[in-house]
Design a binder for this molecule. Structure first.
Ligand code: GAL
Length: 369
């Protein structure tokens, strides 16, 4: 068995002893959990859901790029159910996958199954979402998640022309949405946005009429658009009689779509009552089209092809005992260890620069019309 990381080395030693004592023969080939190795081996890709375009693209991109790099892949989607994802990972371990790439449904729920991966000497890359509470995660590949939140909030500040908070100025109403409470990214997006918005709450330029200003009051389980729509219906009917909502902080395109539906049902979207400024994330096709139509206002583009590329490079290096390229070794503490990370840059997109998505080859021009 190839020893890939210090963690895997210890695991491998343990496995060898266990295997020798169990069967009285050489470990090689004898263990149910022995992963295959290097090029030609099969990588386990555990993605959260097919309900959102981005994860379909992430899975497909990684499968394609790992294939180009000389690997096979076992791509599984957990349908946003933690127990499905755990069963899928268990199966991957049993089948001796050489590496696990995991976009966790619940970042805190994988401790036991990743212990089994560790015991089997299988390295783990945490994909997009940080896996929490375990030593058994080797690397993290993602975008600068706090920056995503800052980009959304800065966009609201610019669009409402709030200027410098210390100068005061016009007053506006805003409502706040956060992502799924079990996704570790949620707090980074929220904290990034709050750093930018807080001074305007203080200066009185921004008011949250619902008073739901804490993250745990604003979360949206499973990032579900329908759930966001219901909450927005409620926020409007309870807090906005003749007054208007001027901005909605939404952390993800699927949530933005739900919010827009609620606003439209409440009569927004006409000349006399235009839709508020509404942010988003992921540059999903439906939302980019909505931006072009003038409904959603902004999204944050995270090129999933580049994230896949980075992850494939990481995985290939891990499996071939090469140096793994990271650019952040201080910020991603998962409660047990600081996970070495590679972070990519997100980009803010609104009506003025949707062209970028075509220029970058993310969409074809015809898809956006
Ligand atoms: C997050 C991810 C976002 C968005 C969201 C909902 O973890 O970082 O880009 O995709 O999940 O799927």
């Amino acid at each position: 068995m190839r020893i890939r990381t210090p963690a895997a080395a210890l695991a491998a030693a343990g496995l060898l002893v266990a295997s020798l004592s169990a069967c009285g023969q050489e470990a090689k080939g004898g263990s149910r959990y022995k992963p295959d190795e290097g090029k030609g081996s099969t990588i386990g890709l555990a993605m959260p859901t097919k309900a959102s375009e981005r994860w379909i693209a992430d899975g497909d991109n990684m499968a394609e790029q790992f294939k180009k790099a000389g690997y096979k892949t076992d791509l599984q989607y957990g349908d946003n159910k933690v127990e499905n994802q755990i069963a899928q990972l268990e199966n991957m371990i049993t089948k001796g996958r050489s590496l696990l790439v995991v976009a966790a449904i619940d970042g805190s729920a994988l401790t036991e199954v990743l212990q089994r991966a560790h015991d089997a000497g299988i390295p783990v890359i945490s994909y997009d979402r940080l896996i929490l509470g375990t030593d058994n995660v080797d690397y993290y590949a993602s975008f600068d998640n706090e920056r995503v939140g800052r980009l959304q909030a800065q966009y609201i500040v610019k669009k409402l022309q709030l200027g410098k908070p210390e100068k005061g100025g016009d007053k506006h109403n805003i409502e706040l949405f956060a992502g799924s409470p079990n996704d570790n990214n949620t707090k980074y997006f929220w904290n990034g946005a709050m750093k930018v918005l807080q001074p305007y709450f203080k200066s009185g330029q921004l008011t949250v009429r619902s008073k739901q200003t804490r993250m745990n009051q604003a979360t949206t389980l499973d990032w579900d658009g329908g759930t966001a729509q219901k909450r927005m219906d409620d926020l409007i009917s309870k807090n906005y009689g003749s007054d208007r909502v001027d901005a909605v902080l939404s952390p993800y395109d699927g949530i933005s779509i739900g919010v827009i539906s609620a606003l439209k049902s409440a009569g927004y979207g006409s000349r006399s009552r235009p839709l508020p400024v509404i942010t988003g994330q992921d540059a999903e096709l439906a939302s980019v089209k909505s931006i072009i139509r003038g409904e959603q206002t902004q999204t944050v583009f995270k090129d999933t092809r580049k994230l896949a590329q980075q992850t494939v490079a990481m995985g290939d290096a891990v499996l071939n005992d090469k140096k793994v390229k990271v650019n952040n070794t201080t910020d991603y503490d998962n409660g047990k260890k600081t996970v070495p990370a590679y972070l990519l840059d997100p980009v803010s997109v609104d009506k003025s620069n949707t062209r970028l998505l075509v220029d970058e080859g993310y969409f074809k021009a015809g898809q956006l019309t």
